[in-house]
Design a protein around this ligand. Structure first.
Ligand code: DGL
Length: 252
């Protein structure tokens, strides 16, 4: 069984990609909604949350864990892997490889604040593409906006807020925008409208490809669990269009 972890609805795109790639896989999605958002917390607390999430996945009996949270991938992949006691992949390296493969040289990195402070994307990009120009912006408001359904690209309030948050990025004139938090995919039409013609790289998109094929065999079951009541998660996931039909949401 493959586990998929995020703090909220951001990882549902990774879940969909895994279902498309491996229709027979048994999948278990767990979102730590009681403690969302992770991105404004200290590294020590994020590592503790990650360890506790890993313990849950170990109790569920997953054989592989796809960490679909940029913040945990950046700060606590080793901690969640250790507690889950199974092979693990995150969302950092797949998107870094895609950017290097495409020869991008001026990359704007958007992520949660904790991820930005970790400088993980900068280190991994600089190690693989020496001399690449990088600008990293921590975006503390983006995850709460997405969880609350504020992502319509024609919403003037959203566009004004994004314009303010991203103005240093616009004057940087990037040739690629790296979305280093899986929630940000839902903001991509609005972000794209501010960076006309610049390709956006979503860290969740490439991540499903990191899961080895042998874990994709099973009976095609899907279970979803959250750490707080399921209603807010269901509403947010339905708004985002990421909730598979008929699936129950349990609380642990
Ligand atoms: N989707 C998570 C990420 O990629 C959101 C983190 C948060 O809860 O702030 O970082």
């Amino acid at each position: 069984m493959i586990g998929v972890f995020d703090s909220g609805i951001g990882g549902l795109s990774v879940l969909s990609a895994l279902r498309a790639a491996y229709p027979e896989a048994d999948l278990l999605y767990y979102a730590d909604t009681a403690r969302l958002p992770y991105g404004g917390r200290s590294p020590a607390l994020i590592r503790r949350f990650a360890r506790e999430a890993g313990e849950r996945f170990a109790a569920f009996g997953v054989d592989y864990l796809a960490v679909a949270c940029g913040t945990v991938s950046a700060l606590a992949l080793d901690a969640i892997a250790d507690a889950a006691n199974c092979p693990v992949s995150g969302v950092v390296l797949p998107v870094v490889r895609a950017i290097v493969r495409d020869g991008r040289r001026r990359v704007l990195i958007l992520s949660t604040e904790a991820t930005a402070n970790s400088r993980v994307f900068e280190k991994e990009l600089a190690a693989r593409a020496p001399g690449v120009d990088l600008l990293s912006l921590g975006c503390p408001l983006f995850v709460p906006l997405v969880e609350n359904g504020v992502f319509a690209p024609n919403d003037p309030a959203l566009l004004s807020l994004l314009g303010r948050a991203l103005s240093p990025g616009m004057t940087f004139f990037p040739d690629a925008v790296l979305l280093g938090c899986t929630h940000f995919r839902l903001l991509s039409p609005a972000i794209a409208s501010l960076f006309s013609g610049v390709p956006l790289y979503d860290c969740g998109e490439a991540a499903a490809g990191a899961v080895p094929e042998r874990f994709g065999r099973g009976n095609g079951t899907l279970r979803i669990f959250v750490s707080d009541g399921p209603d807010a998660f269901r509403r947010a996931a339905l708004r985002a269009g990421g909730l598979p039909d008929g699936v129950e949401i349990g609380t642990v």
